[in-house]
Write a protein that binds this ligand. Structure first.
Ligand code: HEM
Length: 482
């Protein structure tokens, strides 16, 4: 901005609508139920920037690379904010809401600096062996002919990887019931009916969620207390969090970092689990792509090193295309810390802004035939960070992107050559938005031994709005590479 009052237009010039309080609650519910349908509707009606005005404030919904760039780069103006439902001060829900996503400015920089070593790409050479072990254990009970919930298997597998590598915990100190407790709390915290009426009254879903938050917090505090007592000297994320100090170098009370510990765990396995799920789903629906990938993997031998997988061009394109088409994080939010500008508009302090990775990735002007799953498009395109942002961009880029890609590539390279995964014919596959975008109510698949006799299962559900499944041509039989 050149200076106050330059050529900028007022907020009121942004097209949009004014909403009553009940209208705003209704809108919030519709958004929470299905943000993608809602965002498509806004873009069709108002264009790339919409203003939703309520008595509680302004929400802008911004689409496209220009806005993405500003929102990611101008971190002093566009502050990140927690995505978990608020709770009253001094409650577990309030404490669990605090995370790196709620930090800005100097505190955010210090926290990133603290966590960075844990996530360095060079760590993947070490982590790959543990990850491969988890993939092997997760798939050991699989058998040809079984019908399984792929979503559950994959999530539990990634949860175990995160528990082990980022939290230094094992089955004894953090068993599957902690996974259930986390899933349960998270499901409630993102449920539209809980978010629509966040009032602490007896028998309300919100009250139930608060109680679960208190139990979950206790579980995490116990784990953290034990680790701090043991010295917190490890190289994992939990130890790094526990070594975080206040600005004047004092130990941070556990209650102030318990939310960080929980949120990091949740975002790590939810996003990675959903991305792996979507990738396996797409491969199962596009036999020719799977054949091509099998050819590439066959050339790498039975247990390729991670460096080989990371350099494998077709696998890399498949993953990029999967994250473009079905990004686990379909939108992000910001809050203005002061008066400023977005594009050609003046916007006041405390304006909430939503911007969308998904909508950007589905813009036909950036990606022709955007709903088409076409890994080959990556041979010729080189989008900017504001055009392709599955892991965000700028100073808040995802810390776990190397780890996530390492887990996904190792898992795909282990599973696909061994197992033929087919969605149960005529199953309904709908999207569900929790912490991230995944299949609603699981992903039922039939397992078979990989014999390269691949076919596409007919399916229904609104995943068909996101991916053009009719273009998946029947796969020609391709001989197994020698
Ligand atoms: C495929 C999996 C993943 C996807 C798609 C993903 C996506 C994202 C995105 C889009 C952001 C930016 C959010 C924003 O700007 O508001 C982000 C931030 C972040 N992600 Fe990931 N993520 C993934 C895996 C992970 C993993 C495994 C971790 C490990 C703990 C992780 C930790 C973080 C952290 C700490 C941030 C916040 C960075 C900051 O604010 O400075 N993510 N992620």
């Amino acid at each position: 901005m050149d200076g106050p009052g330059s050529d900028l237009l007022p907020l009121s010039a942004i097209p949009g609508r004014r909403l009553s309080i009940p209208g705003a609650i209704w809108l919030q519910m519709r958004f929470d139920r299905d943000p993608l349908t809602y965002m498509y509707g806004l873009r069709a009606k108002y264009g790339d920037l919409t203003r939703l005005q309520t008595r509680m404030g302004t929400v802008l919904v911004a689409f496209g690379p220009e806005y993405n760039r500003a929102l990611y780069q101008e971190t002093d103006l566009f502050h990140s904010r927690p995505f978990v439902l608020p709770g009253r001060k001094h409650t577990a829900q309030h404490r669990l809401r605090q995370s790196i996503f709620s930090l800005n400015g100097e505190d955010h920089k210090r926290m990133r600096h603290q966590l960075l070593p844990v996530f360095q790409r060079s760590m993947m050479g070490v982590h790959q062996f543990a990850i491969r072990g988890h993939v092997e254990r997760a798939t050991a009970p699989w058998a040809a002919g079984q019908v399984r919930d792929l979503h559950r298997d994959v999530h539990l597998m990634v949860w175990n990887v995160v528990r082990d590598l980022l939290y230094g915990l094992d089955e004894g100190s953090a068993s599957a019931d902690l996974h259930e407790a986390m899933e349960h709390w998270m499901f409630q915290t993102f449920a539209p009916w809980v978010r629509a009426f966040p009032v602490n009254l007896p028998f309300t879903p919100y009250r139930r969620m608060l109680k679960d938050a208190a139990k979950l917090e206790q579980r995490f505090l116990d784990i953290m207390r034990a680790r701090r007592a043991a010295g917190a000297a490890g190289t994992d994320a939990l130890s790094a969090l526990l070594r975080f100090t206040t600005r004047d170098g004092k130990e941070v009370p556990l209650e102030e970092i318990v939310g960080h510990a929980l949120t990091l765990f949740l975002v790590a396995y939810e996003t990675t689990g959903n991305t792996l799920n979507w990738t396996l789903f797409l491969l199962s629906q596009f036999p020719q792509v799977q054949q091509n990938l099998l050819d590439e993997l066959a050339g790498l031998g039975p247990n390729p090193q991670y460096d080989q997988l990371d350099a494998a061009p077709y696998l890399t394109r498949v993953l990029k295309e999967s994250m473009r088409l079905l990004p686990a994080v379909p939108y992000s939010r910001r809050l203005t810390s002061r008066d400023g500008a977005l594009g050609k508009y003046l916007i006041p302090k405390k304006t909430r802004v939503i911007f969308s990775h998904y909508m950007t990735h589905h813009m036909p002007e950036l990606y022709p035939n955007p709903e088409r799953f076409d890994p080959a498009r990556w041979e010729t395109i080189k989008p900017t960070p504001a055009e392709f942002l599955p892991f965000g961009a700028g100073p808040r880029t995802c810390l776990g992107s190397s780890l996530a890609q390492c887990i996904i590539k190792l898992a795909v390279a282990h599973i696909v050559p061994r197992w033929e995964i087919n969605v149960v014919p005529n199953a309904r596959v709908d999207r569900h938005m929790g912490i991230s975008l995944g299949p609603k109510g699981g992903l039922p698949v039939v397992l078979g031994a990989q014999d390269r006799d691949l076919h596409q299962s007919p399916i229904t559900g609104n995943v068909r709005d996101m991916v053009d499944l009719d273009r998946a041509a029947p796969a020609p039989r391709v001989p197994v590479a020698a």
